[in-house]
Design a protein around this ligand. Structure first.
Ligand code: NDP
Length: 282
Protein backbone atom coordinates (compact mmCIF):
# COMPACT_ATOMS: atom_id res chain seq x y z
CA UNK A 1 0.00 0.00 0.00
CA UNK A 2 1.31 3.46 -0.84
CA UNK A 3 0.72 6.20 1.69
CA UNK A 4 0.01 9.59 0.09
CA UNK A 5 2.50 12.14 1.33
CA UNK A 6 1.94 15.84 1.16
CA UNK A 7 4.41 17.52 -1.17
CA UNK A 8 7.09 19.52 0.60
CA UNK A 9 6.72 23.23 -0.13
CA UNK A 10 8.95 26.17 0.60
CA UNK A 11 8.60 29.93 0.52
CA UNK A 12 11.05 32.68 1.39
CA UNK A 13 11.49 36.36 2.15
CA UNK A 14 13.60 38.21 -0.39
CA UNK A 15 15.38 41.37 0.75
CA UNK A 16 18.71 43.17 0.82
CA UNK A 17 19.63 43.02 3.65
CA UNK A 18 17.20 40.41 4.96
CA UNK A 19 18.58 39.12 8.26
CA UNK A 20 16.34 41.48 10.29
CA UNK A 21 13.15 39.92 8.88
CA UNK A 22 10.79 38.29 11.41
CA UNK A 23 8.88 36.50 8.65
CA UNK A 24 10.77 33.17 9.06
CA UNK A 25 9.85 33.12 12.75
CA UNK A 26 6.17 33.68 11.96
CA UNK A 27 5.84 31.22 9.07
CA UNK A 28 7.89 28.47 10.71
CA UNK A 29 5.68 28.75 13.78
CA UNK A 30 2.63 28.15 11.60
CA UNK A 31 4.28 25.33 9.61
CA UNK A 32 4.94 23.54 12.87
CA UNK A 33 1.56 24.32 14.40
CA UNK A 34 -0.34 22.94 11.40
CA UNK A 35 2.04 19.99 10.83
CA UNK A 36 2.85 21.07 7.27
CA UNK A 37 5.89 19.63 5.48
CA UNK A 38 7.56 22.83 4.37
CA UNK A 39 10.07 25.54 5.06
CA UNK A 40 10.38 29.31 4.96
CA UNK A 41 13.82 30.81 4.37
CA UNK A 42 15.64 34.10 4.00
CA UNK A 43 17.07 35.00 0.58
CA UNK A 44 19.44 37.94 0.42
CA UNK A 45 19.23 39.11 -3.19
CA UNK A 46 20.93 42.23 -4.60
CA UNK A 47 18.71 44.68 -6.49
CA UNK A 48 20.45 43.88 -9.80
CA UNK A 49 19.70 40.17 -9.33
CA UNK A 50 16.08 40.48 -8.19
CA UNK A 51 14.38 40.16 -11.61
CA UNK A 52 16.28 36.99 -12.46
CA UNK A 53 15.67 35.51 -9.02
CA UNK A 54 11.90 35.90 -9.08
CA UNK A 55 11.67 34.81 -12.73
CA UNK A 56 13.10 31.47 -11.59
CA UNK A 57 11.35 31.20 -8.22
CA UNK A 58 10.17 27.63 -8.90
CA UNK A 59 13.67 26.58 -10.00
CA UNK A 60 14.93 27.90 -6.66
CA UNK A 61 12.45 25.55 -5.01
CA UNK A 62 9.82 28.09 -3.97
CA UNK A 63 6.05 28.24 -4.40
CA UNK A 64 6.04 31.91 -3.42
CA UNK A 65 7.76 34.65 -1.48
CA UNK A 66 7.53 37.73 0.61
CA UNK A 67 9.37 40.75 -0.69
CA UNK A 68 10.87 43.39 1.54
CA UNK A 69 13.12 46.44 1.12
CA UNK A 70 14.38 47.46 -1.38
CA UNK A 71 12.47 45.22 -3.82
CA UNK A 72 8.79 46.02 -3.24
CA UNK A 73 8.40 48.44 -6.15
CA UNK A 74 10.34 46.19 -8.54
CA UNK A 75 8.11 43.29 -7.47
CA UNK A 76 5.10 45.31 -8.59
CA UNK A 77 6.58 45.96 -12.03
CA UNK A 78 7.78 42.41 -12.62
CA UNK A 79 4.65 40.45 -11.67
CA UNK A 80 0.93 40.20 -12.41
CA UNK A 81 -0.03 42.45 -9.53
CA UNK A 82 -3.59 42.88 -8.24
CA UNK A 83 -5.49 46.17 -7.69
CA UNK A 84 -4.32 46.45 -4.07
CA UNK A 85 -0.66 46.22 -4.94
CA UNK A 86 -1.08 48.69 -7.78
CA UNK A 87 -2.94 51.19 -5.58
CA UNK A 88 -0.31 50.88 -2.85
CA UNK A 89 2.49 51.10 -5.43
CA UNK A 90 4.34 48.11 -4.00
CA UNK A 91 3.99 44.32 -3.80
CA UNK A 92 5.06 42.29 -0.76
CA UNK A 93 3.63 38.82 -1.43
CA UNK A 94 4.23 36.68 -4.54
CA UNK A 95 2.85 33.30 -5.53
CA UNK A 96 2.86 31.06 -8.57
CA UNK A 97 -0.50 30.29 -10.12
CA UNK A 98 -0.22 27.82 -12.98
CA UNK A 99 3.17 29.25 -13.93
CA UNK A 100 2.03 32.89 -13.64
CA UNK A 101 3.86 34.99 -11.07
CA UNK A 102 1.11 36.85 -9.18
CA UNK A 103 1.49 39.53 -6.51
CA UNK A 104 -0.47 41.47 -3.92
CA UNK A 105 0.15 43.83 -1.02
CA UNK A 106 -0.95 42.36 2.31
CA UNK A 107 -0.28 45.50 4.41
CA UNK A 108 -3.84 46.56 3.57
CA UNK A 109 -5.47 43.48 5.11
CA UNK A 110 -2.85 43.40 7.88
CA UNK A 111 -3.89 46.87 8.99
CA UNK A 112 -7.62 46.19 8.70
CA UNK A 113 -7.58 42.69 10.24
CA UNK A 114 -5.56 44.00 13.18
CA UNK A 115 -8.18 46.69 13.82
CA UNK A 116 -10.93 44.07 13.53
CA UNK A 117 -9.15 41.94 16.13
CA UNK A 118 -8.03 44.74 18.47
CA UNK A 119 -11.05 47.04 18.34
CA UNK A 120 -14.09 45.08 17.08
CA UNK A 121 -16.75 47.34 15.57
CA UNK A 122 -14.19 50.10 14.93
CA UNK A 123 -15.75 50.85 11.54
CA UNK A 124 -19.41 51.03 12.54
CA UNK A 125 -19.32 54.80 13.05
CA UNK A 126 -16.24 55.63 11.05
CA UNK A 127 -16.74 59.16 9.78
CA UNK A 128 -13.46 61.00 10.36
CA UNK A 129 -9.99 59.50 10.42
CA UNK A 130 -6.66 61.26 10.78
CA UNK A 131 -3.68 59.58 9.15
CA UNK A 132 -0.21 60.91 10.01
CA UNK A 133 2.34 60.28 7.26
CA UNK A 134 2.17 59.89 3.49
CA UNK A 135 4.76 57.21 2.73
CA UNK A 136 4.38 53.62 1.56
CA UNK A 137 2.45 52.35 4.56
CA UNK A 138 0.06 55.34 4.45
CA UNK A 139 -1.00 54.22 0.98
CA UNK A 140 -1.95 50.78 2.34
CA UNK A 141 -3.82 52.36 5.26
CA UNK A 142 -5.72 54.75 2.97
CA UNK A 143 -6.71 51.93 0.63
CA UNK A 144 -8.06 49.90 3.54
CA UNK A 145 -9.92 52.78 5.19
CA UNK A 146 -11.56 53.96 1.97
CA UNK A 147 -12.59 50.40 1.12
CA UNK A 148 -14.16 50.04 4.60
CA UNK A 149 -16.20 53.18 3.97
CA UNK A 150 -14.53 55.92 6.02
CA UNK A 151 -16.22 59.28 5.42
CA UNK A 152 -13.11 61.42 5.26
CA UNK A 153 -9.38 61.12 6.01
CA UNK A 154 -7.34 64.12 7.09
CA UNK A 155 -3.89 63.24 5.78
CA UNK A 156 -1.23 65.10 7.73
CA UNK A 157 2.38 64.94 6.61
CA UNK A 158 5.65 66.85 7.06
CA UNK A 159 6.04 67.27 3.30
CA UNK A 160 2.72 68.60 2.04
CA UNK A 161 3.44 67.66 -1.58
CA UNK A 162 3.51 63.95 -0.63
CA UNK A 163 0.08 64.22 1.00
CA UNK A 164 -1.26 66.12 -2.02
CA UNK A 165 -0.02 63.31 -4.28
CA UNK A 166 -2.04 60.80 -2.27
CA UNK A 167 -5.19 62.87 -2.65
CA UNK A 168 -4.66 62.73 -6.40
CA UNK A 169 -4.16 58.97 -6.23
CA UNK A 170 -6.98 58.14 -3.79
CA UNK A 171 -9.58 60.84 -4.43
CA UNK A 172 -11.56 63.52 -2.64
CA UNK A 173 -12.27 61.68 0.60
CA UNK A 174 -8.58 62.27 1.35
CA UNK A 175 -7.97 65.82 2.63
CA UNK A 176 -4.31 66.83 3.01
CA UNK A 177 -3.41 69.07 5.95
CA UNK A 178 -0.30 70.49 7.64
CA UNK A 179 1.18 69.50 11.04
CA UNK A 180 0.00 72.79 12.51
CA UNK A 181 -3.56 71.52 12.03
CA UNK A 182 -3.06 68.37 14.16
CA UNK A 183 -4.65 69.71 17.41
CA UNK A 184 -7.79 70.88 15.62
CA UNK A 185 -8.02 67.75 13.44
CA UNK A 186 -7.90 65.47 16.52
CA UNK A 187 -11.00 67.00 18.12
CA UNK A 188 -13.49 65.38 15.75
CA UNK A 189 -11.70 62.17 14.99
CA UNK A 190 -12.99 58.57 15.29
CA UNK A 191 -9.68 56.92 14.34
CA UNK A 192 -6.09 58.21 14.55
CA UNK A 193 -3.35 56.31 12.69
CA UNK A 194 0.38 56.96 12.87
CA UNK A 195 2.10 55.76 9.69
CA UNK A 196 5.19 57.94 10.09
CA UNK A 197 8.44 56.51 11.35
CA UNK A 198 8.28 58.95 14.29
CA UNK A 199 8.40 57.07 17.58
CA UNK A 200 10.40 54.21 16.07
CA UNK A 201 13.67 53.24 17.77
CA UNK A 202 16.40 55.53 16.46
CA UNK A 203 13.93 58.10 15.10
CA UNK A 204 12.64 61.32 16.71
CA UNK A 205 9.59 60.97 18.98
CA UNK A 206 6.05 61.61 17.77
CA UNK A 207 5.07 64.70 19.71
CA UNK A 208 1.32 65.14 19.62
CA UNK A 209 -1.11 65.68 22.47
CA UNK A 210 -3.99 63.21 22.23
CA UNK A 211 -5.84 64.50 25.30
CA UNK A 212 -8.26 66.24 22.93
CA UNK A 213 -9.41 62.91 21.43
CA UNK A 214 -12.88 61.93 22.46
CA UNK A 215 -13.42 58.84 24.63
CA UNK A 216 -14.66 56.63 21.79
CA UNK A 217 -11.72 57.37 19.50
CA UNK A 218 -9.44 54.50 18.44
CA UNK A 219 -5.67 54.84 18.03
CA UNK A 220 -3.46 52.76 15.72
CA UNK A 221 0.32 52.94 15.49
CA UNK A 222 2.18 51.09 12.74
CA UNK A 223 5.51 51.36 14.55
CA UNK A 224 6.37 48.06 16.29
CA UNK A 225 9.88 48.74 17.58
CA UNK A 226 9.43 49.66 20.38
CA UNK A 227 6.28 47.61 20.90
CA UNK A 228 4.65 50.17 23.12
CA UNK A 229 5.20 53.57 21.56
CA UNK A 230 4.54 56.82 23.40
CA UNK A 231 1.38 57.18 21.33
CA UNK A 232 0.06 53.78 22.43
CA UNK A 233 1.05 54.49 26.03
CA UNK A 234 -0.85 57.78 25.98
CA UNK A 235 -3.87 56.02 24.45
CA UNK A 236 -3.77 53.34 27.19
CA UNK A 237 -3.55 56.02 29.91
CA UNK A 238 -6.70 57.60 28.55
CA UNK A 239 -8.47 54.22 28.31
CA UNK A 240 -8.77 54.41 24.52
CA UNK A 241 -8.94 51.31 22.35
CA UNK A 242 -5.79 50.79 20.30
CA UNK A 243 -4.19 48.59 17.63
CA UNK A 244 -0.43 48.17 17.60
CA UNK A 245 2.16 47.67 14.87
CA UNK A 246 3.05 44.12 15.86
CA UNK A 247 -0.57 43.05 15.39
CA UNK A 248 -0.49 44.46 11.85
CA UNK A 249 2.81 42.70 11.12
CA UNK A 250 1.34 39.35 12.20
CA UNK A 251 -1.95 39.77 10.39
CA UNK A 252 -0.29 40.82 7.13
CA UNK A 253 1.50 37.44 7.05
CA UNK A 254 -1.74 35.39 7.01
CA UNK A 255 -2.54 35.66 3.29
CA UNK A 256 0.90 34.57 2.06
CA UNK A 257 0.86 31.47 4.28
CA UNK A 258 -2.58 30.52 3.07
CA UNK A 259 -1.61 31.01 -0.62
CA UNK A 260 1.58 28.95 -0.32
CA UNK A 261 0.63 26.24 2.13
CA UNK A 262 -3.16 25.97 1.76
CA UNK A 263 -4.14 26.68 5.38
CA UNK A 264 -5.44 29.99 6.69
CA UNK A 265 -3.41 30.38 9.88
CA UNK A 266 -4.50 31.96 13.14
CA UNK A 267 -2.73 34.88 14.79
CA UNK A 268 -2.47 33.44 18.30
CA UNK A 269 -1.25 34.98 21.54
CA UNK A 270 1.49 32.32 21.52
CA UNK A 271 2.78 33.58 18.15
CA UNK A 272 2.61 37.13 19.37
CA UNK A 273 4.65 36.25 22.46
CA UNK A 274 7.24 34.52 20.29
CA UNK A 275 7.77 37.58 18.09
CA UNK A 276 7.67 39.93 21.09
CA UNK A 277 10.48 37.95 22.70
CA UNK A 278 12.49 38.13 19.48
CA UNK A 279 11.95 41.89 19.21
CA UNK A 280 13.07 42.28 22.83
CA UNK A 281 16.26 40.31 22.14
CA UNK A 282 17.40 42.47 19.18
P1 NDP B 1 8.21 55.74 4.42
O1 NDP B 1 9.65 56.03 4.44
O2 NDP B 1 7.57 55.37 3.11
O3 NDP B 1 7.41 57.02 5.00
C1 NDP B 1 7.83 57.65 6.17
C2 NDP B 1 6.82 58.71 6.59
O4 NDP B 1 7.27 59.27 7.84
C3 NDP B 1 6.70 59.87 5.61
O5 NDP B 1 5.38 60.37 5.63
C4 NDP B 1 7.67 60.90 6.21
O6 NDP B 1 7.33 62.25 5.88
C5 NDP B 1 7.44 60.68 7.68
N1 NDP B 1 8.61 61.12 8.48
C6 NDP B 1 9.82 60.54 8.53
N2 NDP B 1 10.64 61.24 9.37
C7 NDP B 1 9.91 62.28 9.83
C8 NDP B 1 10.21 63.36 10.70
N3 NDP B 1 11.40 63.49 11.27
N4 NDP B 1 9.22 64.25 10.96
C9 NDP B 1 7.99 64.11 10.40
N5 NDP B 1 7.67 63.12 9.54
C10 NDP B 1 8.61 62.21 9.26
O7 NDP B 1 7.99 54.60 5.51
P2 NDP B 1 6.80 53.54 5.62
O8 NDP B 1 5.52 54.20 5.35
O9 NDP B 1 7.14 52.33 4.84
O10 NDP B 1 6.91 53.11 7.17
C11 NDP B 1 6.59 54.03 8.21
C12 NDP B 1 6.55 53.30 9.56
O11 NDP B 1 5.58 52.26 9.53
C13 NDP B 1 7.87 52.61 9.91
O12 NDP B 1 8.08 52.76 11.30
C14 NDP B 1 7.63 51.16 9.57
O13 NDP B 1 8.41 50.27 10.37
C15 NDP B 1 6.16 51.03 9.94
N6 NDP B 1 5.50 49.95 9.21
C16 NDP B 1 4.91 48.97 9.96
C17 NDP B 1 4.25 47.94 9.34
C18 NDP B 1 3.59 46.90 10.18
O14 NDP B 1 3.26 45.83 9.67
N7 NDP B 1 3.36 47.17 11.44
C19 NDP B 1 4.15 47.84 7.87
C20 NDP B 1 4.80 48.94 7.18
C21 NDP B 1 5.46 49.95 7.84
P3 NDP B 1 7.87 62.97 4.54
O15 NDP B 1 6.90 62.61 3.45
O16 NDP B 1 7.85 64.40 4.90
O17 NDP B 1 9.27 62.45 4.29
Amino acid sequence: MTVAREAFRAACVIGFPVKHSRSPLIHRYWLQKYGIAGDYRREEVRPEDFATFIASLAAHGYVGANVTLPHKEAALRLTEADDRARAVGAANTLWLDDGRLCATNTDVEGFIANLDASAPGWDTRLRHAVVLGAGGSARAVLYGLLERGVGEVRLINRTRANADALRLAFGERVRPADWAEVPEALREVDLLVNTTSLGMAGQPPLEIDIRVLNRSAIVADLVYAPLQTNLLRAAAERGLRAADGLGMLLHQAVRGFSLWFGVTPEVTSELRALVEADLARR
